[in-house]
Every structure is written in C-alpha cells, then in structure tokens.
Design a protein around this ligand. Sequence first.
Ligand code: 5RP
Length: 268
Amino acid sequence: MDWGMRNRLSKLIQRDGRALFIPIDHGYFQGPTRKLEKPGETIKPLLPYADAIMLTRGILRNCIDPTVDKPIILRVSGGTSMARRAELDQEGQITSVREAIRLNACAVSMSIFVGAPGEHQTLLNFARLVDECEDYGIPAMAVTAVGAELEKRDARYLALASRIAAELGARVVKTYYCEEGFEKVVDGCPVPIVIAGGPKVDSELEVFNWVYDAIQKGAIGVNLGRNIWQHDYPVAMAKAIRAIIHENATPKEAQQVFEETKRATTSG
Ligand code: 5RP
C-alpha cells in the first residue's frame, strides 16, 4: 500500500485499530434534519470525541472552521431527496475526487444500494470512484445504504452488501448492526467495518449494547450520527461510545460514563 493511502488510513483508524466517526451528512437527502439544522453548531462540542467527521462539501465549506484538526470523510454521492423516496437508490457522484483533494479530505464516502433498482448504477459508480481514489491514495468508504427500507438490515443482506463493497475496492465499509449473525457480516468482509445507527432509538443503553456487541464481533468502530447528536445529551453519548470503542468499556461502564457526563453538564 502506498504511503499516502497508509497515512490517510492511519488518521482515520487509530493506533488501537478502532475508530469513531461522526457523520453530519444527512442533509444531502433529508434537508435540515432535526438537531442538524445548524451542522457547525451541532458538531462543535463533539469534535474532541470524534476520530473523523463525515459531511458534504457544502457543509464543510460553510459551517466548519478550516483550522479544524479532524480528518474529513467527504460524502461524494447524492443527487436524490426524501421528496422522492422511491428513488433514493438512484444516487450518482456529486463531488469529484479533485474537489476532495482541494478540500484536503482524508477519505471519501459513497452509498451503494444492493438489492434496489439502483444497485447496478451505484455499484459501478463506486467501482469508478475507487479507481480514481486509488490513483491519489485516498481511501473510499462504501456506505451500504437501504434508503427507506430499514427492515432490510439482517445479517444475510448486510453480509452481501458489505462483501460486495469490499470486492469493489472499499478501504472501509460502513454498514448497519444486526443483533443476530453480525459476526457473519464481519467474517465475510475482508476490510474494516464500522456501523451506523439509523434513526434515533429511545434508550442510550440499547446503543451501547449495539456498539459493544459489534466491536466484540469484529467491527472496528462506528459511523454514528443521530443516536449521538439527536440525543438530549450528545456529549455524554459521544464520551460513552468513545469509552466502548477506545477503552473497551462494557455497556454498563459506558452507561456510567454517560450518567457522570450528563450530571456534570446539568450541574455545570
Ligand atoms: C446517511 C449516512 C449516515 O452517515 C449514516 O447513516 C450514519 O448516520 P446514522 O447513525 O444517523 O444512521 O450515510 O446520510
């Protein structure tokens, strides 16, 4: 592997082999998502706990201070919106690799929609992106997307989509967690896997359980958005999840980190 690729990967995946990415890219098809109306304000208090942030070029240029020292994962796919839900899988490439280099991105990310009408188009888009990224030593992260079909997220589907992403040349694969058979997803995918959270759930312990179990089964970390920044105590969530990823905390220990940080926030 070339020096540039290794250097960028080492900024994303920490020395312990783990990673905590916080995405704030949701507006690229959802518009002003709840608690992400002002993405720069949402992410600012979370930056100390993130190993990298994922976002589009528009939000990067307009909402993030260029002196930021966090690696940027630039989302380069899109072109669809919630206003046409049935066509969410029809994404194309919306940002060039040249622009990613101009923005000093550490990696780029693109969605693939396995099993949807847009499967062929998005897989070819991703393969072409990988070709170009490899020329410049930029890791391409595949996002195994399900659009509005959240029920698709079982081990069989996630293993299929993740393996295909790896076969096409992804350096990192972002997929979802599933309670049953997640180890099959990891075992069948020869590149590092991070998990997303999907829509916010009611209990923080549920999130800690997912993250802990995913790590035990071989994931290297998370690319977790709404279950951090839509929470009433986002910093407490980020610190607790960081403890699971980088300090091997159990869900119970993470809950303690959460409660302590929450208390400090409310009493301070
Ligand atoms: C959708 C994405 C997000 O980055 C990904 O889904 C992670 O976010 P969340 O944890 O909120 O699902 O690719 O734009």
